[in-house]
Design a protein around this ligand. Structure first.
Ligand SMILES: NC(=O)c1ccc[n+]([C@@H]2O[C@H](COP(=O)([O-])OP(=O)(O)OC[C@H]3O[C@@H](n4cnc5c(N)ncnc54)[C@H](OP(=O)(O)O)[C@@H]3O)[C@@H](O)[C@H]2O)c1
Length: 336
């Protein structure tokens, strides 16, 4: 059975306390000189928490910001404009639990001739149990993992996220969690299958799907960048963030977790800083498949780097998508 590092949310949150006191090795490397003028930044789940703080930060640094969201349109965008002082902010609708809306979202970029320089895949859920999506998957699996496969492959297919031969390369950043370390190998009996499970499995899903996501990011980087680096693909854990991530937890648990969040978790604005660093700094120009845990470079779980794991995950993910999204095969069969 697939298992993440934590099955108890209080233990998981308390692990965040250690991060709170961890020295941030590269924190001074992000400065006001790291500007985003002329760059287009797309952030999923940008109406709340970390994603919202990222939108404000990038807009302040001069980027055109596209907030990819399923709710709070247009209010969240208006707030970002107000807080950043930039008018170059827009919101586009996407519900990552519905594959059709991902296609419509990408088509809107094609229609409007927009390309993206920095793509931050931030949206995620922490659900208390299984919930079936329209296409028959578990929402946890669909939003935290599979939607990111569909979205990245479509963005690359339509050259919205371009593979470049010259600097500056575009950057694709997966928001992960260091809790992925120690999750089990990917379980293909469970993969993409909807089934009933209890709350401890739901909690464990969170860190487990981050391992799956990091394995995909690594395999995508391997495929896209086999000859030379053409797209910088990285993963980062922002550390503990005081956000809305546990909004669906039972109320008592939510009260306890929010108490811990309030005392020892970082504000989204602070947690956003290492992500902005990885997205803008010349330190990451021309590199790929790096991982940061806050401002600290680190290795991901060793399983993430196993080529056989990446290959199998790629194969199973594209096969599954061909089954549940049969009218759109071309993006799944592209060669890089
Ligand atoms: N909080 C932490 O301590 C922590 C630690 C490590 C990593 N992270 C990671 O940081 C990222 C941001 O999380 P957060 O803590 O900022 O939580 P958050 O405030 O709950 O933000 C999650 C975002 O994802 C969006 N989202 C969820 N389901 C979606 C769907 N079906 N379609 C489109 N958007 C959807 C949410 O939109 P709605 O508002 O519409 O639900 C929200 O904007 C996540 O990847 C999380 O795993 C968080």
């Amino acid at each position: 059975m697939a298992e993440g590092r934590f099955t108890n949310p209080v233990v998981a949150s308390l692990a965040g306390i250690k991060d709170f006191f961890t020295r941030q090795q590269l924190a001074s490397r992000l400065t006001e000189a790291d500007r985003a003028d002329g760059k287009t930044v797309m952030i999923t789940g940008a109406n709340s928490g970390l994603g919202f703080a990222l939108a404000v930060n990038f807009a302040r640094r001069g980027a055109k910001v596209i907030m990819a969201c399923r709710s709070q349109i247009p209010e969240a965008g208006e707030k970002v404009k107000k807080l950043s002082g930039s008018q170059d902010v827009e919101m586009r609708y996407v519900d990552l639990s519905k594959i059709g809306t991902i296609h419509e979202f990408v088509q809107s970029f094609v229609r409007d001739g927009i390309t993206i320089d920095i793509c931050i895949l931030n949206a995620a859920v922490a659900l208390p149990g299984p919930r079936k999506t329209e296409s028959g998957q578990d929402e946890f699996f669909q939003v935290n993992y599979l939607a990111n496969v569909t979205l990245t492959l479509l963005l690359i297919k339509h050259s919205i996220l371009e593979l470049k031969m010259e600097s500056p390369l575009s950057r694709l950043i997966f928001i992960s969690s260091d809790s992925h370390q120690g999750a089990t190998y990917i379980d293909y009996d469970e993969f993409g299958r909807y089934f009933e499970y209890g709350v401890s499995k739901a909690i464990s899903n969170y860190s487990y799907f981050k391992l799956v996501l990091n394995t995909y990011a690594t395999e995508l980087s391997r495929r896209v960048n086999s000859g030379q680096v053409r797209l910088s693909i990285h993963a980062i854990c922002p550390g503990p963030v005081h956000s809305n991530i546990v909004k669906e937890a039972p109320w008592l648990l939510r009260m306890i977790l929010n108490g811990i969040f309030w005392i020892v978790f970082r504000s989204p604005a602070k947690a956003a800083l290492p992500v902005v660093y990885m997205a803008l700094s010349p330190d990451y120009e021309g590199s790929t498949n790096e991982y940061l845990h806050m401002f600290n470079p680190k290795k991901m779980d060793p399983k993430v780097y196993e080529p056989a794991e990446g290959l199998k995950l790629w194969d199973r993910s594209t096969r599954l998508l061909k089954d549940i999204d049969p009218s759109h095969m071309d993006y799944l069969e592209q060669e890089f």
